[in-house]
Ligand binder design. Structure first.
Ligand code: S3P
Length: 174
């Protein structure tokens, strides 16, 4: 195992749990969205507004390719990146992907009502979150491991992930 990739819906805790996990493993942490914002010099809502979602998905894909080449790193993907069928099966060798599960209700409570998530910009945010999550679940489920996050603290989720990683590496070693 050379890198851990956190995937899951907006509000699942990828960007909160990621740094905790990286600290516990003495690895570095990188976030796809932050990488995109740094390389573009503008926020994600601005990218969506000025150039549209297809352009955002293109630069997000480029960010993913360069970050997935790093070693000893915990990566937080954006919620839409792993929603493409087959994407998690195509990650480089040495990547352990972990799906942070969340229900739409909890995701929205964590994400708040702001404008920083353009894909949730809809009069019926809960309906939109339910619809997106139901179409994305099949792709998120391609992750190697999964952990529930509803009603749990980031520290607790981090502990569960460490235990899962330990158990799966023991399993691989036999
Ligand atoms: C998106 C999720 C966001 C960000 C963009 C699109 C999505 O990341 O990449 O707003 O399509 O689910 P987070 O999951 O970190 O909020």
């Amino acid at each position: 195992m050379r890198r851990v990739l956190l995937v899951g819906f907006m509000g699942s805790g990828k960007s909160t749990v990621g740094p905790l996990l990286a600290g516990a493993m003495s690895w570095r942490f990188e976030d796809f969205d932050s990488h995109v914002e740094r390389s573009e010099g503008r926020s994600i809502p601005d990218i969506f507004r000025e150039d549209g979602e297809p352009y955002f998905r293109k630069v997000e894909g480029e960010a993913a390719t360069s970050l997935l080449a790093l070693d000893e790193v915990v990566l937080a993907s954006g919620g839409g990146w792993a929603a493409v069928p087959g994407r998690l099966r195509a990650v480089p060798d040495g990547t352990v992907s972990i799906w942070l599960r969340v229900t739409p209700e909890v995701a929205l409570a964590r994400a708040g009502g702001g404008t920083d998530r353009p894909v949730l910009d809809h009069p019926d945010r809960l309906g939109r979150a339910r619809e997106l999550l139901s179409t994305r679940t099949v792709s998120y489920a391609e992750a190697d491991l999964e952990v529930d996050t509803d009603g749990r603290t980031p520290e607790d989720v981090c502990e569960s992930i460490l235990a899962l990683i330990r158990a799966s590496s023991e399993h691989i070693r036999g």
